[in-house]
Write a protein that binds this ligand. Sequence first.
Ligand SMILES: NC(=O)c1ccc[n+]([C@@H]2O[C@H](COP(=O)([O-])OP(=O)(O)OC[C@H]3O[C@@H](n4cnc5c(N)ncnc54)[C@H](O)[C@@H]3O)[C@@H](O)[C@H]2O)c1
Length: 433
Amino acid sequence: MGSELRTLSLPLEELRDRIASREAKVAVIGLGAVGFAIARAAHAAGHPVLGHDIDPNLLARLGEGTCPHPHMASEETTALMESERFEVTGDPARLCEAEVILICVPTPVDEEGAPDLSAVEAATDAASAALQPGRLIVLESTTWPGTTREVVLPRLEVFEQSLGKDFCLAYSPEREDPGGHSTEDIPRLVAGMDEASLELALLFYAAIVPTVHAVDSPETAECAKLFENTFRSVNIALANELKDICDGMGIDANAVIKAAATKPFGFMPFQPGPGPGGHCIPIDPQYLSWAARKAGKVAELVELASKKHKLQPLKVVDEIREALGGDLMGKQVLLLGIAYKPGVASTCESPALVIAHELTKEGALVSFSDPFVRRAPVEHASDFISDQSLALDAKSLGAQDVCVLITKHSEFDLDLVAETATRMLDTRGCLPQ
Ligand SMILES: NC(=O)c1ccc[n+]([C@@H]2O[C@H](COP(=O)([O-])OP(=O)(O)OC[C@H]3O[C@@H](n4cnc5c(N)ncnc54)[C@H](O)[C@@H]3O)[C@@H](O)[C@H]2O)c1
């Protein structure tokens, strides 16, 4: 490492020393589930941290010491906000104080399913306007291969600062698992735009996560991140297809998957369900399909899986209608869990919202119970008879024509549900029989 360092410019050599001693101030742009998690982890590693977000409500909640991400411990947020090494700001000009800048903003798709990089562009422009000599910028958002080189780099070079002399640029995809693994336990892929960028980014992340894997180019790391989530997308679609086939044959698909999972090599279990939610599975494969088309290829399998995911909630609606004798008009339906996965409060792309909408269209009276989501998202409130989560007790369960398990939060008393509900539909095949 020492001999490679001799080629660094003075500002970058100073940056290297300050990263190594954890004195380098880290700015995180975008304090969502991803940005907040890495901001917390960088602070825990000893760095001073400045969080920047454009959402005034989120900043206000943080200012009150409230965690905006319910799957993270509230006490930790309070302690973090009280730390002298942690600050949040809505002012992008303050990014000039930071020596390491992490870009963790959303990467959605537009109405045609094409990548919408407007937040990445805006965040990069803010970093660029505040750029001082001797800085490391890392893009963490999930995106198409080529973004770091073709979108981020040119925007950083506008003010006559140059890569390798004034600043370093790397890509390190966030692999956050809200409600599951913590940031400090998840190995990282790290790719630099040049050798100096790779070296500094590896040094930075090595102090935060258990393992850092150097990857030869940002494009490889960008594509690896998309492939990780696309792999899950395709396998979830396959598990749902297996469930369909097994239903036709009178076999329990979950028992089949459990049996197959006893094989210690070449198999990984994925469970059927009402359709995936969150950002990763519904959105990320669309980035890969889009990138494939840009390269003159068609990601057939990937697109087929996404198509099957979109149909999955509608199949659940068909099952509910069938269970209720073919007519949903006036029927009371309780959805258990509307978060997109257990243990989180996010309803991002949740199949429960599609199910509620379709049921309501057919005249059903839909309520929900979710220990993490107290209120239905405003734009979906009209699909529920009340936008408030129902308490799960014998009275509320007994009043329903059918209870439908969508998201299996461990807080649910499923024995009570099985004993009390008049009719139960289990989209995951995991209730006590
Ligand atoms: N949520 C996950 O589990 C997860 C896991 C791995 C990777 N990712 C990826 O990480 C990225 C961020 O995801 P997220 O879930 O944290 O998103 P999010 O929508 O929860 O949060 C993003 C935050 O960025 C802020 N923001 C948007 N534009 C900004 C700008 N120009 N300047 C400052 N702040 C800005 C928003 O106000 C918001 O608070 C996405 O690319 C996503 O695909 C997400």
